[in-house]
Design a protein. Structure first.
Length: 433
C-alpha cells in the first residue's frame, strides 16, 4: 500500500516523523508528503491550492491512501475525496491508529477495546449524517450517506454491551492483581510514549524465566516481550516476573501513549491503562535522545494521563543514553528537572545503569513489614512454613518440640494472611488438645 502524508499546522514547521512511523507501522509505504502552515480550512483542512497540489501528487505517485496527521471531519473527508483520483482513500491519524490497533489486537480485551474506539469514532459522524438529513430533509445530502437512524441506535447499543463486557474483564483482572499481591508480588507498570523503549527495558529488568515456570500461578505471563523499533508492538499488556532485592515483582509493559490522542480514544483503552493505574509503582519511560521540547511536552501529557487516577509513585526513566553524550544528558536532565526531579538514566539497549534502576524500584516500592510467628507443630505447619518461604523473605526458622518460630519480612497483605493461617492452626491445635 502506497501512501501520501498530509499535515497542516497553525504555526511553525510541520513535523511528520510520528505520522510516518505510524503509517509504516500499519504497513504503508510512504512515498511523499504535503505540508502547510496556515489556519485550517473548514472545507478541506488544507488551503484550496495546497489541496489541489495534494491531488496532483497522489495521482503522480499512484498512491492508494492519503493519510492526514490532522483530525478530519466527515465534510472535509468527503470534499478531499472528490478532489483526489478515483480509488484513493482519505484517512486521518485517528483512523490510522485504529487500523494499527485492529492489526495488533490478539486478546478478547484488546479486540473489544479496538471495536469500542472504532464505534466511538463513527458515532459522531453518523449523528452528523442524521442531523443533516433531518435539517435538509434530504437523505443523501452532500453525499454523506443514506439517512439511517437505526445505525445510530445500533452503535449506541453495541457500545453499551462492550462496556459491560470490559467491566467484567476489568473485575476479573482486579481480582487477579489482588491475588498476586496476597501472594507477595509487587506490581510495577511501564508507561510512556511509543518507541521510548519500554519493551526493551522490560527484557533487561525481567528474570529469564519461561512461561511454563509460572504458568500455574500466572497464566498470562509472557516469556518474551517484543522490542522492535515500531510503534504499538505492545498493544495489550505483557507481564513478566523480576527479582528486585528480596522482592518478587511483576513487571507489566503497556500500550504506548501517542501525541494528540482525543479523550474518547484514551477512554476506550481505559481497561489496558488500569494495569498502570492499579500498580504499586510506575516507571515512566522517556526517549532522552529526542529534543528537549518534545520530551517536555510528552512528560506533561503523560503526567496528565497518569495523575488523573494513579496514586502510586512515578519514577521517570530516561532511556537511550547510548544515543546522547554525557554533556547532552546532563543538560537535558537540568532542563527537565521540574517534571522529572530525580530520574534514572539508562540504556535498555546496552543494559547500562539497569542495576541502579533496580535499586530505585526496590526503594520506591511499599515498605515490607517484619513479623515473628509462633506456630504449633501440627500436620499443616510445614505447609504454612513453605508458603511463607515462597511469599516472603524468611530470616530464621527455629523448630521446637511443640512449635515453630518463624521470623520474616513481607508485604503487609502477606503478613496479614500468615497471621490468619497461624491463628487457624493455633485454634485447631487447641480444639484437638
Amino acid at each position: 500500500m502506497r501512501a501520501l502524508i498530509a499535515k497542516r499546522v497553525d504555526s511553525g514547521t510541520p513535523d511528520t516523523d510520528e505520522i510516518r512511523d505510524l503509517a509504516e507501522a500499519a504497513g504503508y509505504e510512504v512515498v511523499g508528503e504535503v505540508t502547510q502552515t496556515r489556519r485550517a480550512d473548514p472545507a478541506l483542512q488544507l488551503g484550496e491550492g495546497k489541496a489541489s497540489e495534494l491531488a496532483r501528487k497522489a495521482e503522480f505517485a499512484d498512491v492508494t491512501t492519503v493519510i492526514f496527521d490532522n483530525r478530519l471531519g466527515p465534510y472535509q473527508t468527503y470534499n478531499l475525496g472528490q478532489l483526489l483520483p478515483d480509488g484513493v482513500e482519505v484517512i486521518d491519524r485517528f483512523t490510522l491508529i485504529l487500523e494499527i490497533f485492529g492489526q495488533r489486537a490478539q486478546t478478547r480485551k484488546a479486540q473489544l477495546q479496538v471495536e469500542l474506539a472504532e464505534l466511538r469514532y463513527e458515532l459522531p459522524r453518523v449523528e452528523a449524517k442524521v442531523s443533516l438529513a433531518k435539517r435538509d430533509e434530504h437523505p443523501g445530502f452532500m453525499g454523506l450517506g443514506e439517512y439511517d437512524e437505526s445505525r445510530e441506535r445500533d452503535i449506541k447499543a453495541r457500545i453499551s454491551r462492550i462496556r459491560d463486557e470490559l467491566a467484567q474483564i476489568e473485575q476479573t483482572e482486579e481480582q487477579r492483581r489482588e491475588r498476586r499481591r496476597a501472594s507477595g508480588f509487587d506490581l510495577v507498570a511501564l508507561a510512556g510514549y511509543t518507541n521510548a523503549g519500554k519493551s526493551t527495558l522490560l527484557r533487561q529488568l525481567a528474570d529469564d524465566l519461561e512461561v511454563e515456570e509460572n504458568e500455574g500461578l500466572h497464566p498470562d505471563l509472557e516469556a518474551t516481550a517484543e522490542s522492535e523499533d515500531q510503534l504499538f508492538t505492545t498493544l495489550g499488556t505483557t507481564t513478566r516476573r523480576a527479582t528486585v532485592g528480596s522482592r518478587d515483582v511483576l513487571l507489566t509493559d503497556t500500550v504506548g501513549f501517542v501525541s494528540d490522542l482525543p479523550h474518547w480514544l484514551v477512554e476506550s483503552f481505559k481497561s489496558t491503562l488500569d494495569s498502570v493505574y492499579r500498580a504499586d509503582l510506575v516507571l515512566l519511560v522517556v526517549d532522552v535522545s529526542e529534543r528537549v521540547d518534545e520530551i517536555h511536552e510528552k512528560l506533561v501529557t503523560s503526567h496528565d494521563t497518569l495523575y488523573e487516577r494513579n496514586e502510586a509513585p512515578i519514577v521517570t526513566v530516561l532511556n537511550k543514553t547510548d544515543r546522547v553524550s554525557e554533556a547532552e544528558l546532563e543538560e537535558k536532565m537540568e532542563a527537565l528537572s521540574a517534571l522529572a526531579p530525580n530520574p534514572v538514566a539508562v540504556s535498555a539497549h546496552e543494559g547500562a545503569n539497569v542495576d541502579a534502576l533496580l535499586e530505585r524500584i526496590d526503594a520506591e516500592l511499599p515498605d515490607w513489614e517484619e513479623e515473628r510467628l509462633m506456630v504449633p507443630m501440627t500436620d499443616e505447619t510445614m505447609s504454612l512454613v513453605s508458603w511463607i518461604h515462597d511469599n516472603a523473605h524468611v530470616e530464621d526458622v527455629t523448630y521446637g518440640d511443640d512449635d515453630v518460630l518463624i521470623s520474616f519480612e513481607a508485604r503487609p497483605a502477606v503478613v496479614s494472611r500468615a497471621r490468619d493461617r497461624a491463628g487457624e492452626l493455633g485454634a485447631a491445635a487447641a480444639e484437638s488438645a
